[in-house]
Design a protein around this ligand. Structure first.
Ligand SMILES: *[C@@H]1O[C@H](CO)[C@@H](O)[C@H](O)[C@H]1NC(C)=O
Ligand SMILES: *[C@@H]1O[C@H](CO)[C@@H](O)[C@H](O)[C@H]1NC(C)=O
Ligand SMILES: *[C@@H]1O[C@H](CO)[C@@H](O)[C@H](O)[C@H]1NC(C)=O
Ligand SMILES: *[C@@H]1O[C@H](CO)[C@@H](O)[C@H](O)[C@H]1NC(C)=O
Length: 356
């Protein structure tokens, strides 16, 4: 008898959640806000700021030493010496870092925490020919798992989604001969495609979607090298601000369409800028004396962190203490850097997930 009551109770809940009018959903939603929304899974799409091991070993230095030296202690596909945004968000949500899609069959027990579909180097469009799955293809992978009933709509409704877009579309655009002057009109195309992707994952049932704003590209070591890592390139940062403005407008429009699901921007631009300017996290625990100088860099032009020459000689240098550097290589923060960035974002995440 007790079982039956429980069963009917569940049925009722499901009916309310799935089959209600917009008005009902609004009530439910407001009710929700009094409680914390604790996601049970984390699904991740995007690029190297979120990838925890999807890119092929032959394609990326992230699988070479000294990547991963702080965590997990050896190269494991993260573009850092240690933990990155995905790991910090998972920990914040009380989850294990979701398994990289590529390793899904080896670590089935980890499906429970969600899955990471992000590929370092990728964008919303193809960036390196067909070598890396773009965000649409990453979402195809996910949709296939849903079609195969590995994950259900309910899993999505009770999950958080992280979408990272750190600018590979723009690097590819410039590398393919695109003019800097034409970047702003290309930005509209990138945002339009991002909107398509966000709508798609929302349509799959995701209710809390977190998307990154573009970090200050002009402050990445690859762009501050010219000034001996002294100054950010403001021309590039102004362009980044335009991307972020378009993103804000697009997300406001998307959120205006429905109350069932919310999209949040995590402001990487402000958090990177704040940490770089203050040379520390806001708690003052970590100090970055020369925040624009990367810990690991190629010994000369043409070599990157992790590169070795034909004889196996290391063609890079690594700083003694990665904790003292904000950037790990020419584009990615160290674990300490991500830690500091996450500390500045924590109150936003508190808001998003309404933790008390
Ligand atoms: C994503 O990649 C696939 C496979 O290369 C391609 O067919 C598709 O057009 C790409 N999507 C976008 C939005 O560029
Ligand atoms: C998932 O199933 C839908 C409906 O059958 C189909 O349209 C879609 O192409 C499938 N997606 C993938 C990635 O297999
Ligand atoms: C800043 O970036 C722009 C666009 O990439 C470039 O044309 C310019 O030379 C850079 N300025 C400096 C000082 O590096
Ligand atoms: C939100 O939608 C309403 C009605 O559809 C519209 O009048 C309003 O301008 C929209 N606001 C934004 C910020 O898009």
């Amino acid at each position: 008898m007790e079982f039956l009551i429980l069963f009917f109770h569940c049925l009722l809940l499901i009916t309310v959640v799935q089959g209600s009018s917009p008005h009902h959903q609004l009530d439910l939603h407001e009710n929700h806000q009094r409680y914390s929304f604790r996601p049970r899974k984390l699904f991740v799409f995007g690029d190297s700021y979120a990838d925890t091991g999807n890119v092929k070993k032959s394609l990326a230095n992230s699988w070479k030493e000294p990547y991963g030296s702080t965590f997990p202690g050896k190269p494991a596909g993260r573009f850092s010496d240690g933990r990155i945004l995905t790991d910090y968000l998972a920990t914040f949500l009380g989850l294990k870092s979701p398994v990289a899609y590529k390793w899904r069959n080896l670590q089935k027990q980890k499906w429970y925490y969600g899955m990471n579909f992000a590929y370092g180097g990728s964008g919303v469009f193809n960036t390196f020919g067909d070598l890396l799955p773009n965000m649409s293809t990453q979402m195809d992978f996910f949709e296939k798992l849903i079609n195969d009933s590995v994950y259900t709509k309910w899993d999505l409704q009770s999950s958080a989604v992280l979408v990272s877009l750190a600018g590979n579309d723009y690097s590819a655009y410039l590398a393919n001969g695109g003019a800097f002057q034409g970047l702003t009109s290309f930005m509209s195309k990138v945002i339009d495609q991002l909107v398509v992707n966000l709508k798609r994952v929302r349509g799959m049932g995701a209710r809390k979607i977190v998307v990154t704003s573009l970090q200050p590209l002009g402050c990445l070591p690859r762009n501050t090298k010219m000034s001996s890592f002294q100054q950010c390139n403001e021309t590039e940062n102004i362009a980044v601000n335009y991307h972020n403005l378009l993103l804000q407008q697009a997300v406001a429009k998307l959120n205006n369409e429905t109350r069932n699901s919310e999209i949040f921007i995590v402001d990487l631009y402000s958090s990177f800028t704040s940490v770089i300017q203050h040379k520390r996290d806001y708690l003052g625990n970590l100090k970055f004396e020369t925040p624009l100088k990367p810990c690991c860099m190629g010994k000369s032009n043409g070599y990157l962190c992790g590169s070795v020459d034909d004889e196996g000689t290391k063609m890079y240098t690594v700083c003694n203490d990665p904790k003292s550097a904000f950037f790990w290589d020419n584009a990615h923060p160290t674990q300490a850097g991500w830690h500091a960035v996450f500390a500045t974002l924590k109150s936003s995440f508190d808001q998003i997930f309404k933790y008390q």
